[in-house]
Design a protein around this ligand. Structure first.
Ligand SMILES: *Cc1c(COP(=O)(O)O)cnc(C)c1O
Length: 421
C-alpha cells in the first residue's frame, strides 16, 4: 500500500474543505447548509459480487437446500482458514454463542464474565442458559475487557469468560488463558469482530476453548444470517453439533440403542434447530475466497483514516496493542468533549445531517431496560460508561472508495470546527 505523506493529507483536506471555508458553505447541514454528501454513506455494508450470486443460484437448482454437502464444505474451509480442527456452522452468531454456553455447561447459578461494551448477544447467551452475566470493566486504551477486573469479579460460581475482540482487536489471550487455568474457567471468545485478526502472529480461532464468529452482513464476510464456532476440542465439537440439531444424533457411536435399525435416531439432549442452510454455506464459501482482499482493503482505509484524522484536534484515534494485528471490523473515534461546546449527541446529529452514517458501538449492555430489570445498575463499570459518552463509529467497509472516506473526514472537520470551544 502507498504511504500517504502528511503534507499530501493537509493539501487534500484543504482542497476538499475549501468550499466550506468561504461564503455560506461552512453552514452545517443541520443548520440549513449544504450537506457534504448527497446520499447517506452507511457505517457498514456487505460486498456481494456475481460469483456469490452464481454460487447461491447453483444451490437453489440442486437437490439440497439445507443440511447437504455445502455445510460440511464450508465448515472445513472455514476451519482451514483459521487453523482450527473443527468448525460448526449455525443459523447466526447469537445461536453460536448460545451453543457455546451450552457446550461449556453453563446452567442456573453459574456466573460468566464478559464486557459491557459489546452487542447484547455476548451476555444474552448466558441468560438463555439460566446463568448470570457479570460485567468486568474495560481497558480505557484498547476498549477491550480489563484483565485485572476479570480477576476481581471471579467468585466460586464463575464458570466461564466471554471476552470480545472489540472492533477487531484481539483481547490479551495469553493473560486470559492464565486466569482461566488458575480458576478452571472455560474461555468462549466472541470473535464476531475479529475474523482474520491475529494475536501475536496467530490467527484468531484456536486460542480460546471455543471461538464464535458472526456472518451478519456488516461483519467481515456474510451468509445473510450466520454464525460459526471453531474449536480444537472433540468433546466440545460433539456437543455443539448436537445442540444445533435438536439434540438429535444418528451417529452409531453416540446412540444408546445401537441395534434398532437404519432409520433410527435418538434425541439425547434438548437442542434447538440452529442449522445453517446449504444456500447460506455456498455463499459463505464464495465469500471466504475474498476475505483476505476485504481485510487488505479495511486495513488500507484504516491507515488512511489514521493519517487524515491526525490533523483534527479533539479526536482520539483507535489504539492498537503491540500483540494485535486487527482485521478492523469498526473504526471508532473518541471525542475529547472538553474541547467542544456541545456533547456527542449534537456532534452525532450534525454528522448524520451531512449524510455520514455514523453509529455508536455500544450502549453498555447493562443500561438496557431488560438488564436494569434483572437488577444491574448504572455505575458498575466506570471506564465503559465514560467511553460510551464519547465514542462515534465512522463508516468502514471494503466497498467504500477513497472519496467516501474523504467525505467523512471533511464532514468531521466541518462539524468539529463549528463546535470548537
Ligand atoms: C454481530 C455480533 C454478534 C452476533 O450477532 P448475530 O447477528 O447473531 O450474528 C455477537 N457479538 C458481537 C460482539 C457482535 O458484534
Amino acid at each position: 500500500m502507498k504511504n500517504i505523506k502528511a503534507t499530501d493529507n493537509e493539501k487534500l483536506i484543504k482542497e476538499k474543505y475549501k468550499p466550506y471555508e468561504n461564503e455560506d458553505s461552512d453552514i452545517l447541514a443541520i443548520n440549513g447548509g449544504k450537506a457534504v454528501r448527497d446520499n447517506l454513506l452507511p457505517y457498514g455494508k456487505q460486498w456481494i459480487d456475481d460469483s456469490d450470486v452464481e454460487a447461491v443460484v447453483h444451490i437453489l437448482k440442486s437437490d439440497y437446500l439445507t443440511t447437504g454437502p455445502k455445510v460440511k464444505e464450508f465448515e472445513e474451509k472455514f476451519a482451514d482458514y483459521v487453523g482450527s480442527k473443527y468448525a460448526v456452522a449455525l443459523s447466526n452468531g447469537t445461536a453460536a454463542l448460545h451453543a457455546a454456553c451450552y457446550a461449556a455447561g453453563i446452567t442456573k447459578g453459574d456466573e460468566v464474565i464478559t464486557t459491557p461494551i459489546t452487542f447484547a448477544a455476548s451476555a444474552n447467551c448466558v441468560l438463555y442458559q439460566g446463568g448470570r452475566p457479570v460485567f468486568a470493566d474495560i481497558d480505557p486504551l484498547t476498549y477491550n475487557i480489563d484483565i485485572n477486573d476479570i480477576e476481581r469479579k471471579i467468585t466460586k460460581n464463575t464458570k466461564a469468560i466471554i471476552p470480545v475482540d472489540f472492533a477487531g482487536q484481539p483481547v490479551d489471550l495469553d493473560a486470559i488463558r492464565e486466569i482461566a487455568d488458575k480458576y478452571n474457567l472455560i474461555v468462549i471468545e466472541d470473535a464476531a469482530h475479529s475474523l482474520g485478526s491475529e494475536y501475536k502472529g496467530q490467527k484468531i480461532g484456536t486460542l480460546a476453548d471455543m471461538t464464535e464468529f458472526s456472518l451478519h452482513p456488516v461483519k467481515h464476510i456474510t451468509t445473510g444470517e450466520g454464525g460459526i464456532i471453531t474449536t480444537n476440542n472433540l468433546d466440545l465439537y460433539n456437543k455443539l453439533s448436537l445442540f444445533r440439531a435438536h439434540g438429535i444424533t444418528r451417529e452409531t457411536q453416540q446412540l444408546l440403542n445401537k441395534n434398532e435399525g437404519p432409520w433410527y435416531y435418538e434425541q439425547l439432549e434438548l437442542g434447538y434447530n440452529y442449522r445453517m442452510t446449504d444456500i447460506q454455506c455456498a455463499l459463505g464459501i464464495s465469500q471466504l475466497k475474498k476475505l483476505d482482499k476485504f481485510i487488505r482493503r479495511r486495513k488500507a482505509l484504516v491507515h488512511k483514516y489514521n493519517e487524515l484524522l491526525k490533523e483534527i484536534d479533539g479526536v482520539i484515534r483507535p489504539f492498537e496493542a503491540s500483540f494485535s494485528n486487527s482485521s478492523y471490523h469498526l473504526y471508532i473515534i473518541q471525542l475529547e468533549l472538553e474541547k467542544f461546546t456541545v456533547g456527542r449527541k449534537e456532534i452525532f446529529e450534525a454528522l448524520r445531517a451531512e449524510n455520514i452514517g455514523v453509529n455508536v458501538h455500544y450502549v453498555p449492555v447493562y443500561y438496557h431496560p431488560h438488564y436494569q430489570n434483572l437488577g444491574y445498575s448504572k455505575g458498575l463499570c466506570p471506564n465503559a460508561e465514560k467511553l460510551y459518552e464519547r465514542i462515534i463509529t465512522l463508516p468502514l467497509f471494503p466497498a467504500m472508495i477513497d472519496t467516501d472516506l474523504e467525505d467523512v473526514v471533511v464532514a468531521l472537520r466541518k462539524v468539529l470546527n463549528y463546535y470548537k470551544k
